[in-house]
Design a protein around this ligand. Sequence first.
Ligand SMILES: [Zn+2]
Length: 425
Amino acid sequence: MFDLIVKGGTLPDGQTRDIGIKGDRITAIDALGDATAGQVIDATGDLVSPPFVDPHFHMDATLSYGLPRINASGTLLEGIGLWGELKQVMTQDDVIGRALQYCDWAASMGLLAIRSHVDTCDERLLGVEALLQVREQVKDYIDLQLVAFPQDGFYRDPTARANTIRALDMGVDVVGGIPHFERTMADGAASVTELCEIAAERGLQVDMHCDETDDPMSRHIETLAYETQRLNLQGRVAGSHLTSMHSMDNYYVSKLLPLIAEAEISAIPNPLINIVLQGRHDTYPKRRGLTRVKEMLAMGINVGWGQDCVLDPWYSLGTADMLDVAFMGLHVAQMTSPDEMRTCYDMVTVNNARTLGLADYGLHVGAKASLVVLDAGDPVEALRLRASRLYVVANGRVVSQSPRADATLNLNGQPASVRRRHRAG
Ligand SMILES: [Zn+2]
């Protein structure tokens, strides 16, 4: 007797299995025959996947688009200025309200683990207090990991250092940074060193906004790889964005990639945001500003797509759909072979779970009973359709349901309804 059985679904690796759930755990993956359960979901022909994971988000800024005005130039720097204006007027209740609304969107999209940066350049640490409260409030359905992020520069902002440390004392999970925004390359490198030392002392993970620029000389990822090795932080460090790598000299990159691999640093490109914000100073040809995704994957580096922004000072769109993120990444990185598209699906599920260090993630006996049933036959079809989430199960409980994306038709001699699913051959 199970609490819940998800019957006949197709797993991401193509196997057909029944999944038995007791309490908040997966307790069987097999052909369960006539086994009984409190609730049975018929997933025959549908993809059953572990939940989506977003490794890079800004939940303190989300759903604030237009407050107090929109970003006229569309650049990263105007976005940072605009966020500075909003910080002056927002309240803790505003941040909590927007964050909880976003978490509702996320749950409905099967996005059940999120790493969010939270700005620590604020004497009141209002965003930090708000998101610590939200982390607690959503913990039954979303794993929310918080990164102490000195948005205005760990050294460049005179109060950032003390407030970033204070945020970590308050219980923020991960150490962040923004070396390319410090006043000089030397300050940027020094900030990477000090922030990694803080993480090593406290036994925390590191996730830096690193080289989010089109400047081919922005090379803080090199320092991050070096400090990771020096402080024995292998496997606990992520570099977010790494967009300068798009513009770097090829010889230098051939030296850099093995250093990143050696340090076991995870890479987090954010394709929706990188394609929108980078290359803004170019005429033509205009750079894409996405880091070297295929090349890093080929080196064995763990790479996963991040979302970064939804309706905020930097990005005017977004729906909490990690399939949308992977879809953009797949196009911009030209990852269009069947294997590469499959990899893009892993890059919003298992690869990101690895970056976050999520325990008990996945579809196996003993794992947390969190999964998504999609209106698609396999991962590539899920990407193509940005498929509906028919059921979202979080810790053994169905937390959201959506209808299939069928349409009715009124065409002479044609079927009365259409479902845009397709079987090859
Ligand atoms: Zn970011």
